[in-house]
Design a protein around this ligand. Structure first.
Ligand code: AMP
Ligand code: ZN
Length: 469
């Protein structure tokens, strides 16, 4: 098992990662609120989480990732009512679009995508436990609130000053019912703004608050204490702080060992967000002719804790890098020097060692990519000198395929051969094999057969290629 280190927001330090159960990791990811298409800022968070998932897999862990779908909250209710559609019909459009976008960006699927509306009983149960343990109370507006002054460690994740917490947060009218301004809703009593969105509970009809959703569902799928919890940095407070309060008070134990947060995707110095209106969806970019693969390269290219400024220049640069990678893999597939290059093995070993070292150090993607680019440069030199054999090329391609388990955008299968029908490639391979053992009669026969099918073979000591005539 490869040793990994992560920046744990709880400790504000890069620390060694130790899973609770040897090779098995539980990871909870705050998912989308499905009232609109996710924008590429959201996808920066999901791609960071995918990178984390992939690095854990690469290091030898089996990952149980859970990503919730927030399909009931103020915004989903507001916009579904405005659209005149029932809540579940309204949110389904965006849930379907989200899964399509995950595929386009080659994001590793989570094991479970629990929807909030399918877990109301679990949330009611947790709220009841918090009431029973006296961490919560029902206010005059009939809503249930968490009393943060009952939990002395409140603020330990965001390191907020409890006296001044939530300074500047607007107090909406119904919040006056709370005992303290910092208290947050676990259960929101129904009012007419909610229309027909309501569930029965021991405290009257209503719906859950946003934070309790994640506490109840993470406990259901990952247990009371699990390894990793992730999100964008804006999730840290109050959302994650409130999750800690609910989970730790209900369960009486630590909830999460490692909290990881990614920095924002910015546009012109501001956070990309729906509320500022400065956002692009993946669909916007696809319609402008960009690909998911190009966006994936841009969004993974910057360390997750650094702000990333979105530009079209960066997309154009990614396009050029990917074109060069494709071209390089095509040439590797054609390599066929008669003898193996003696310098190959040490080069591959050096690249793998550097890649592993960097990527295991808090997902240092820049360092990992440098190792990939260095190897590409060195192999290009060997290709130009005509010194790579078919078996050399196969070893190199296998290593790039390993790197791609983490990167997710290399196309190592890219070869001119991939565009050639299988039976034609088989014939060309048979010819190559015959030639190698000096069975020239058989090699010539294969060449003639290829010709009859409309294909030619082109050999130099450095490469052999099948081409359509
Ligand atoms: P939301 O649907 O607003 O709850 O956001 C879903 C996820 O996207 C959360 O993890 C947010 O922290 C994250 N997020 C939202 N905007 C950005 C952004 N501009 N850059 C990076 N992550 C973001
Ligand atoms: Zn959450």
């Amino acid at each position: 098992m490869m040793e990994l280190k992560f920046y744990n927001t709880l400790e504000r330090a890069v620390v060694p990662f130790h899973a609770i159960r040897d090779a098995q990791v539980g990871m909870y990811t705050c998912g989308p609120t499905v009232y609109n298409y996710a924008h590429i800022g959201n996808f920066r968070a999901y791609i960071f989480e995918d990178l984390l998932h992939r690095v854990l897999n690469y290091a030898g862990y089996d990952v149980t990732q859970v990503m919730n779908l927030t399909d009931v909250d103020d915004k989903t209710i507001r916009d579904s009512r405005a659209s005149g559609k029932p809540l579940s019909v309204f949110t389904k459009t965006y849930i379907d679009a989200f899964f399509q976008d995950l595929k386009t960006l080659n994001i590793t699927p989570a094991k479970v995508y629990p929807a909030a509306t399918k877990h109301i009983p679990e949330m009611i149960q947790m709220i009841q436990t918090l009431l029973d343990k006296n961490y919560a109370y029902q206010a005059s507006d009939r809503s249930i609130y968490f009393a943060i002054n009952k939990f002395p460690s409140y603020g330990k994740l965001a390191r907020i000053d409890r006296e001044n917490q939530r300074d500047g947060v607007r107090i909406s009218t119904d919040e006056y019912a709370k005992e303290s301004v910092g208290d947050f809703a676990l259960w929101k009593a129904w009012d007419e703004k909610d229309g027909d969105v309501r569930w029965d509970s021991p405290w009257g009809p209503g719906r859950p608050g946003w934070h309790i959703e994640c506490s109840a569902m993470s406990m259901k799928y990952l247990g009371k204490t699990f390894d990793l919890h992730t999100g964008g940095i804006d999730n840290m407070f109050p959302h994650h702080e409130d999750e800690i309060a609910q989970s730790e008070c209900a369960n009486g134990c630590r909830s999460v060992n490692y909290w990881l947060h990614c920095a924002h995707l910015m546009v012109d110095g501001e956070k990309m967000s729906k509320s500022l209106g400065n956002f692009y969806t993946l669909r916007d970019l696809l319609s402008k002719g960009w690909s998911g693969r190009e966006l994936r390269m841009v969004l993974t290219g910057c360390h997750y804790r650094k702000q990333l400024n979105f530009t079209f220049d960066a997309l154009a640069q990614a396009r050029e890098h990917l074109r060069r990678f494709d071209d390089f893999f095509r040439r590797l597939h054609e390599a066929c020097a008669p003898a193996d290059a003696p310098t190959l093995e040490p080069l591959l070993l050096e690249a793998k060692t550097a890649f592993d070292r960097e990527i295991s150090d808090d997902l240092n993607i820049a360092g990992g990519l440098a190792a990939v680019f260095d190897l590409t440069r060195d192999l290009n030199k060997l290709l130009e000198a005509g010194s790579l054999s078919k078996s050399d090329a196969a070893k190199a391609l296998a290593l790039f395929a390993e790197f791609d388990q983490v990167l997710g955008y290399l196309d190592v299968g890219k070869s001119a051969a991939a565009e050639i029908p299988l039976e034609i490639q088989a014939l060309a391979d048979a010819r190559f094999a015959a030639k190698k053992v000096k069975n020239y009669a058989e090699a010539d026969r294969c060449r003639e057969e290829l010709k009859a099918h409309g294909y030619a073979v082109e050999d130099t000591p450095a490469f052999c290629r099948v081409k359509k005539l």
